[in-house]
Ligand binder design. Structure first.
Ligand code: GDP
Ligand code: ZN
Length: 304
């Protein structure tokens, strides 16, 4: 038996990284039966496997997961829990300081999703070379007191890249961000040997058929402890629909402590009198842009 980590999953075949190298594995027959209700094995799973003579392997056991990033996918046989990634340690949300201007409403929506999934978040403000550090801090600085790590980077000059790398050490990080912000440029600098373009192609051809979507973890070179990144469109696909409107305030760290002070126990914090949240906004204790994001999400206005 060998211990390993699933780094790629495609149509029932799993690429597993072990101390004996990479093996292509399939599930032991008996494990396939669980498939009706959800994915049995996923990228990010720690597994035990039996190596075979021909160099392949059989997955014998999936070790307990610390967490999962998942979504409920509709399925002809009923709801199906699709695991986007198993055991993610953090989400890394890449936005740019300019070209395109940061869409903070979308970042706030990503952060809510991360809170909902119990995932620590790192905010990367790329293209800092275009605006300079003070302006970048002005745009993204208010996320730091909320408990999110903010890293200013430039894929063009290399600024902040080492800092970003440090935040990835020993972790499985899920990257997400709108297009054009420089996410691929950053990933190509972090993963000089990765074949990201290849993944893009398979993703495009498997559009819509979730059972065949290729998911992959890329290992950072030279990291002592294994560090992996996943570039996944998965986070974007996680809509807000599985978050109840009344639980939304719980996913804004800065709002949580005011909620108990509202006059109405079912206060939506959008218009009610005696609302402790709105008062905190007026006093400048809650950042107005964040509050506006909250209101847009609470009232069901689309961010994109
Ligand atoms: P993605 O869509 O997020 O993957 O973005 P790309 O990596 O394809 O980059 C989009 C464009 O922004 C390209 O023209 C890049 O050369 C440019 N770009 C990426 N990072 C930076 C940066 O840090 N500074 C500047 N000035 N341009 C960048
Ligand atoms: Zn309120």
């Amino acid at each position: 038996m060998l211990d390993g980590l699933i780094i790629k999953s495609q149509s029932g075949f799993y690429t597993v990284e072990t101390e004996a190298g990479r093996l292509i594995c399939q599930l032991r027959g008996a494990m396939k039966r669980g498939r009706r209700r959800g994915d049995v094995a996923a990228v990010g799973d720690r597994v035990r496997l039996l190596p075979l003579q021909d160099g392949s392997g059989v997955l014998e056991e999936i070790l307990p997961r610390q967490r999962i990033l998942s979504r409920m996918a509709p399925n002809p046989r009923g709801a199906y829990q699709q695991i986007i990634i198993a055991n993610p340690d953090q989400a890394v949300f890449v936005f740019s300081c300019a070209q395109p201007a940061p869409h903070l409403g979308m970042l706030d929506r990503f952060l809510v999703i991360a809170e909902k999934q119990g995932l620590p978040a790192v905010v990367v403000a790329n293209k800092v070379d275009l605006v300079g550090e003070p302006a970048a801090r002005e745009m993204f600085g208010h996320y730091e007191p909320l408990g999110y790590t903010v890293v200013l980077t430039s894929a063009r000059t290399g600024q902040g890249l080492e800092a970003l790398r440090q935040h990835l050490v020993g972790k499985i990080s899920v990257f997400a961000g709108p297009s054009g912000v420089g996410k691929s440029s950053l990933l190509n600098l972090l993963l000089p040997d990765a074949h990201l373009a290849e993944e893009e192609v398979s993703r495009a051809t498997s559009k819509g058929r979730h059972t065949t979507v290729v998911r992959e973890l890329f290992r950072l070179p030279d990291a002592q402890a294994g560090s992996y990144v996943a570039d996944t469109p998965g986070l974007k696909a996680l809509a807000l629909w599985d978050i109840l409107p009344e639980e939304l305030d719980g996913y804004f760290p800065e709002l949580r402590r005011y909620v108990a002070g509202c006059s109405f126990s079912d206060c939506t914090h959008t218009h009610e009198p005696g609302c402790a949240v709105q008062e905190a906004v007026e006093r400048g204790e809650v950042h107005r842009i964040r509050y506006e994001s909250y209101v847009r999400m609470r009232t069901g206005q689309e961010v994109e």
